[in-house]
Design a protein around this ligand. Sequence first.
Ligand SMILES: NC(=O)c1ccc[n+]([C@@H]2O[C@H](COP(=O)([O-])OP(=O)(O)OC[C@H]3O[C@@H](n4cnc5c(N)ncnc54)[C@H](OP(=O)(O)O)[C@@H]3O)[C@@H](O)[C@H]2O)c1
Length: 294
Amino acid sequence: MTTAAAAVMRFSSPFSGQTLLPPRHRVVSSRRAALAVSATAGGSPATVLVTGAGGRTGQIVYKKLKERSDQFTARGLVRTPDSKGKIGGGDDVLVGDIRDPGTIAAAVEGVDALVILTSAVPRMKPGFDPSKGGRPEFYFDEGSDPEQVDWIGQKNQIDAAKSVGVKQIVLVGSMGGTDLNHPLNKLGNGNILVWKRKAEQYLADSGIPYTIIRAGGLQDKDGGVRELIIGKDDEILNTDTKTIARADVAEVCIQALLFEEARFKAFDLASKPEGEGTPTTDFKSVFAQIATRF
Ligand SMILES: NC(=O)c1ccc[n+]([C@@H]2O[C@H](COP(=O)([O-])OP(=O)(O)OC[C@H]3O[C@@H](n4cnc5c(N)ncnc54)[C@H](OP(=O)(O)O)[C@@H]3O)[C@@H](O)[C@H]2O)c1
């Protein structure tokens, strides 16, 4: 068996016996079971939808999925045609809004796994002059606040995925969610970490196999050159190593689809500085360390 076929088999094998779905979903379920069998024989790659595919981490996940076409068929959801153009998306990239369940339904049809990388994006109020000191103020666009995007929008995605029998959801959240008074909650009075955490809990309660990645401060740096650090309950925030490259988060999203050890797990993620420790390559062992379901 090729490495790719073995990886796809690992992706598919835990789901081959789904029988408890309502009648409308049995057709989907048996088609997936058939796909799993053909994947085991080195056949169909798993179809993976990444939402927020025009975002800074989402576009890396989309690109990595496309590069591994022996294992995955990439699909993307972006909010605007501009984002679609930016990532060079074709028919495999849909334009839709996660606040609108209708557009998500089309995107999840036939999908094996979902990677959620959508997020409300705070905007800086104009007029801030760093030379005068003080702190910038932030706001969210009307209707695009964290409650709408990070709670309702994520919930819509989870519901849509569940209705078509998606086999795994990877959700990227943020460290800091254990602290109601975390400064990020004050941004634009959005309580962003509170709404993200609510969506995480909804996913964990959904019954769908999940991997919740609570990332540290994201950096636009090369991936694959640092040792990853796994934590829980925001303990990493009390250390000096609380950042991670977006490229490393993206890789962990993909690796989570390959290993049984990543399922039903939630964890904090950061990395050592480049040059300290050994760059992580054995993701199976990393996932196996994690003992937390939430
Ligand atoms: N920034 C940090 O240091 C940090 C730290 C820890 C965790 N995180 C989390 O890590 C994740 C990835 O962060 P990132 O900085 O890579 O993300 P990002 O660049 O801010 O991307 C967010 C994406 O969500 C999309 N989106 C927003 N509202 C949407 C809607 N209603 N419908 C469809 N798509 C929508 C945006 O689309 P448009 O491009 O069209 O607006 C954008 O592509 C986020 O959950 C973030 O909160 C960030």
